[in-house]
Design a protein around this ligand. Structure first.
Ligand code: FHN
Length: 597
């Protein structure tokens, strides 16, 4: 009796705290981007894989972004929430879900052709519908649809046959179908929910089914933690790891207990990171299929994104959304195949690589494997002379990756200059290899940014700044369509003359350059004066209004030329920006751009 008196209020308190914490959580808080930092014995494959395929497929795919004649934009898999569709009505979609065109072998072969090394598919998304044969809930593809089959069984087998690791996405907390699941506030009263009951009765038993019935899983991709304490999450992780000790759990299992780090949706860290990590992007604007979403990334964009992510040491998992009949959108097929063709010729510069020690240049980015540095050239210098700065090592050979033809090069101190062959200027990425002697030098995050007249444009990113006073480098998150997240690293907090920002730039060719500020500025900040100091000259400017910061709307930026600077000598210069007077934040500065005139 005594125990009960003491325990009950604590339990009630914990329950209330858990609920309160879950209500107000923003998406950024739910994206747990921390990992457990333990060395995962089975992580080597993940480290080397570099390219994964994410698939969002569920009842929402059948709705294709429309409900009762109204079209929805953004995250199609959120349609039940956005249109506030009652559970009983949404359930009826299952009766029409019959993906007769689903062909596991075709999907797996496409993944293989695209150069994919692991594939993760939604076993259950927030809608609560199991896309697998579940004994835990009849709300599943075998029991509730005319299709009556388990596509996950077939896909797991077909994927492995193609030599690709297979994994499941599972929405462990958000479940709009269940009275005690997270986040359905239109059918159920959130404050009365018993999350523990939901976890015990649905999420945990279903996860156990997935980890027991589908062979070895490369990854269990948890999405959006909630309703569990650290201890409870730990025991969930432990009990699941017992079933699949080799499987990696994504960081969105929560409480810092994942095996590797996932960033926010469509987010890439601005600098190289040593940990195990993954960036997740979707091919168009939505994760689940939307008929009217045609904003597909071209193969060139995919290839450059993949190279960029690899150049910072991570994996790219790119999402596609098949439709309700089981067809993969035409442009996803087309551009994935094109990406695969590029990878066939250039895969050595991506798979198994680490971040390159030469930081991003106006021509592109670098990756490294052993004693090879790969140069991913997106923009060819006009004179064909490519500068790789910060290269102390002795060079053994330099050649084109595709045809292995040797290239002439010259080294002056730590500058390596390579004579590039002619190549198509619109190629997605042309790769060159430097084989060098000795260990890899460390990455110098604050190395001066190269500014060269050989390129139409030279961008000095905010991350390269040294800030003073209240000025700070921050990642700003906002969205375009619903759930279509964007992230920009900006300099914020410049409110007074002492809150200033300095960039170190290295001008490689003398001449006139236009200095352009790329910023976003709200109503309150607009109309203030700022000063750019460069090469002994001062230039004044007044800020222009672009858009207010609103997490649920596009943050607009303007590229505003503010100065012309003449450099009579090549060399390293310091570029400083600050407000003239005390006031609201001057602007959110994304980059400074220098263009030869
Ligand atoms: O809410 C989901 C969203 O629908 C989608 O599944 C993404 C993929 O990372 N995860 C959640 C939001 O971060």
């Amino acid at each position: 009796m005594k125990t009960r008196i003491v325990c009950l209020p604590i339990a009630v308190l914990l329950f209330a705290m858990n609920h309160a914490a879950c209500y107000g959580q923003s998406m950024e808080q739910m994206w747990d981007t921390t990992s457990n930092k333990k060395q995962q014995p089975n992580a080597q494959w993940f480290k080397e894989a570099k390219f994964g395929l994410f698939i969002h497929w569920g009842l929402y795919s059948k709705l294709a972004g429309s409900w009762k004649g109204k079209r929805y934009y953004g995250s199609g898999e959120w349609i039940m929430n956005v249109a506030k569709i009652p559970v009983r009505e949404y359930e009826k979609v299952a009766a029409d879900f019959n993906p007769v065109n689903f062909n596991a072998t075709k999907w797996a072969m496409l993944a293989r052709e695209a150069g994919i090394k692991y594939l993760v598919i939604t076993a259950k998304h927030h809608e609560g519908f199991a896309m697998f044969d579940s004994k835990v809930s009849d709300y599943n593809i075998v029991k509730a649809t005319p299709y009556k089959n388990d596509p996950m069984k077939a896909l797991a087998e077909a994927t492995r046959k193609q030599g690709i690791r297979f994994g499941f996405y599972y929405s462990q907390f958000v479940d709009w179908h269940e009275p005690n699941g997270g986040k359905n506030t239109w059918d159920f009263d959130e404050s009365k929910k018993d999350y523990q009951l939901y976890y015990q009765q649905k999420a945990i038993p279903q996860l156990k089914e997935l980890l027991t019935n589908y062979g070895p899983l490369g990854i269990v991709w948890f999405d959006l933690p909630g309703g569990l304490t650290k201890q409870e999450t730990q025991s969930l992780v432990d009990s699941l790891h017992k079933l699949q000790p080799q499987s990696l759990f994504s960081s969105r299992v929560g409480q810092g207990l994942g095996d590797y780090k996932d960033f926010g949706d469509s987010e890439i860290p601005p600098v190289p990171i040593n940990d195990l990590w993954e960036s997740i992007y979707t091919h168009n604007d939505s994760w689940g299929y939307i008929r009217h979403d045609m904003n597909f990334k071209s193969s060139k964009e995919i290839i450059q994104l993949l190279a960029k992510v690899a150049s910072r040491g991570g994996n790219l998992m790119l999402n596609i959304g098949p439709d309700g009949e089981g067809n993969i959108p035409y442009y996803s097929v087309k551009y994935l195949k094109e990406t695969g063709r590029w990878l066939q010729a250039n895969g050595e510069s991506i798979y198994g690589t680490e971040y390159g020690f030469v930081p991003a240049q106006p021509w592109g980015v670098t990756t490294r494997k052993g004693s090879k540095l790969f140069l991913h050239v997106f923009n060819r210098p006009k004179d064909g002379k490519l500068l790789a700065p910060g290269f102390p090592n002795a060079v053994r050979s330099v050649y084109s990756l595709a045809d292995k033809k040797s290239l002439a090069w010259k080294k002056t101190n730590t500058d390596l200059i390579i004579n590039l062959p002619a190549f198509k200027s619109d190629a997605p990425s042309t790769v060159f290899v430097i084989e060098y002697a000795g260990g890899a030098p460390s990455y110098d995050a604050k190395a001066p940014v190269t500014i060269s007249s050989q390129f139409e444009t030279n961008t000095v990113e905010a991350i390269k700044a040294t800030t003073w006073g209240e000025a700070a480098i921050k990642s700003i998150t906002f969205s375009h369509y619903y759930g279509d997240w964007k992230h920009e690293t900006c300099i914020t907090g410049m409110k007074a003359p002492g809150d200033s920002t300095t960039f170190s730039i290295r001008v490689t060719q003398p001449g006139d350059y236009s200095v352009i500020l790329d910023y976003s500025c709200g109503r309150e900040s607009a109309g203030q004066e700022g000063r750019v100091t460069l090469n002994g000259n001062e230039f004044l400017f007044k800020t222009l209004r672009t858009s207010e910061y609103d997490k649920a709307a596009p943050l607009l930026f303007i590229k505003k030329p503010v100065a012309i600077v003449n450099f009579t000598k090549a060399g390293v210069y310091s570029l400083n920006i600050h407000p003239i007077q005390q006031g609201p934040e001057l602007f959110k500065l994304k980059s400074v751009i220098l263009e030869p005139m």
